[in-house]
Design a protein around this ligand. Structure first.
Ligand code: SF4
Length: 405
């Protein structure tokens, strides 16, 4: 018998985002780089689990919860958490403490023990081994359950697939049923009554009623289709600006390398902080992907340096009222010009129509409209109205020539 496919909401999300990314992560088993928002979220989830541990009779005080957070936070450094710097990590730390303090201020007097926290539920169904972690499950009586999922990102939005997955898992999970039966032995059937997202940074809860059987059926068909595609080895990349920009597998992805990743040496992801500008002996990297990455990085760094130098030269020109200056091999000239920019074309067009001037501009572009301002036959009052619709844009350009040219 074929082995069940291990599956979860996050695996499904990754496959939907890009099947090739899923393949890198779960077939080749290449880990992603640490992400600060996951580290931040998991520290706060740990605190919530600590506060509401159903095995404890009382709830921890705020100083105890903060101390617990400090311990969790202190276990890894900023790089392990995925922060860009120690300063950014410190911001995350203070934000975490602020959230815990405001959570206690708003809810501390009404804490209630849930049925379970951070419950890992595994469900075997239709050839899948479904794994879900339920942040908080409350028993509402009469076999009814409330599921609460903590969110720690900037915003909160309805994620129907996640809700459907929870409903499907909880209503079929023997572990959840066992917990309910321990409280209420007469219960015959478990029903999810309410699903909520709780946004910790703003203390806002977004609640949803249980999904209909039809919604769950459609969702489940989608899950099984994805599972079939995974089993059939269908991992066609679906590139897109958003997903590729932040994807850790770009330097080995066939969309970017033009070659299928085989897991061979030289196509493995680079270490997070590796400096690939040159090898230790000063030679170029041997791998064509690394050579290309190195040249792109070097080119980008040179462009940034040129921009910075241009700005410094322009500043010196202006401070000294120079228009032109010479180096040993090059001369530089500062060209300053200003033009009008018409941002609201509709207003300009209605004004021209009102004044019977539309026929004068074949196509109302920035330059044809600007030409009207030079036209002696256009009344000064109309020109003033046109100018009022424009923004003056100042431009400075530095032009460099070789002196022997
Ligand atoms: S780089 Fe883009 S196409 Fe390639 S795996 Fe990542 S998300 Fe998919």
């Amino acid at each position: 018998m074929a082995k069940n496919l291990s599956f979860s909401y996050s695996k499904m999300g990754m496959y939907k985002e890009c099947p090739q990314k899923y393949k890198f992560r779960y077939v080749h088993m290449l880990p992603e780089k640490p992400k600060y928002y996951f580290a931040f979220g998991s520290a706060l989830h740990a605190v919530m689990e600590f506060i509401f541990d159903p095995a404890k009779l009382s709830f921890p005080t705020l100083p105890q919860a903060l101390e617990f957070f400090d311990n969790v936070w202190g276990k890894t450094n900023f790089e392990q958490k995925g922060y860009a710097s120690a300063a950014k990590e410190l911001e995350g730390y203070y934000e975490g403490r602020r959230i815990i303090e405001s959570y206690y201020a708003a809810n501390g007097a009404n804490f209630v023990h849930p049925l379970s926290t951070e419950m890992k539920s595994t469900l075997e169904m239709d050839g899948l081994n479904l794994i879900s972690i339920l942040d908080r499950v409350d028993y509402l009586g009469d076999g009814k359950i409330k599921i609460l999922d903590y969110k720690t990102g900037k915003t909160i939005q309805r994620e129907p697939d996640q809700l459907y997955m929870y409903q499907k898992v909880v209503e079929n999970s023997p572990a959840v049923k066992q917990l309910v039966l321990a409280k209420d032995p007469a219960v015959k059937e478990i029903k999810v009554e309410q699903l909520s997202f709780y946004h910790l940074p703003t203390l806002k809860e977004m609640s949803f009623e249980r999904a209909s059987d039809k919604e769950i059926f459609t969702f489940w068909q989608g899950v099984l289709q994805i599972a079939d595609k995974i089993r059939a080895g269908q991992f066609e990349p679906t590139p897109g600006e958003n997903q590729c920009r932040w994807c850790d597998y770009r330097n080995i992805c066939p969309v970017f390398t033009g070659r299928e990743y085989t897991g061979s040496v030289g196509y493995a992801p680079k270490p997070v902080a590796a400096d690939t500008s040159t090898l230790a002996n000063g030679s170029e990297p041997a791998n064509p992907q690394d050579q290309l990455s190195e040249k792109i990085d070097r080119c980008g760094a040179l462009e940034e340096e040129v921009k910075k130098l241009h700005q410094e030269i322009i500043t010196l020109f202006k401070q000294n009222h120079f228009k032109r200056h010479f180096g040993k091999n090059y001369q530089a000239e500062l060209i300053e010009n200003a033009h009008l920019e018409f941002t609201d074309k509709n207003k300009v067009i209605s004004l021209l129509r009102e004044q019977g001037l539309l026929a004068k501009v074949l196509v109302p572009t920035q330059s044809t409209i600007a030409h009207l301002l030079e036209d002696a036959s256009v009344a000064e009052a109309v020109k003033a109205q046109l100018r009022a619709l424009a923004k003056q844009i100042e431009q400075e350009t530095l032009v460099l020539h070789k002196t022997d040219e």
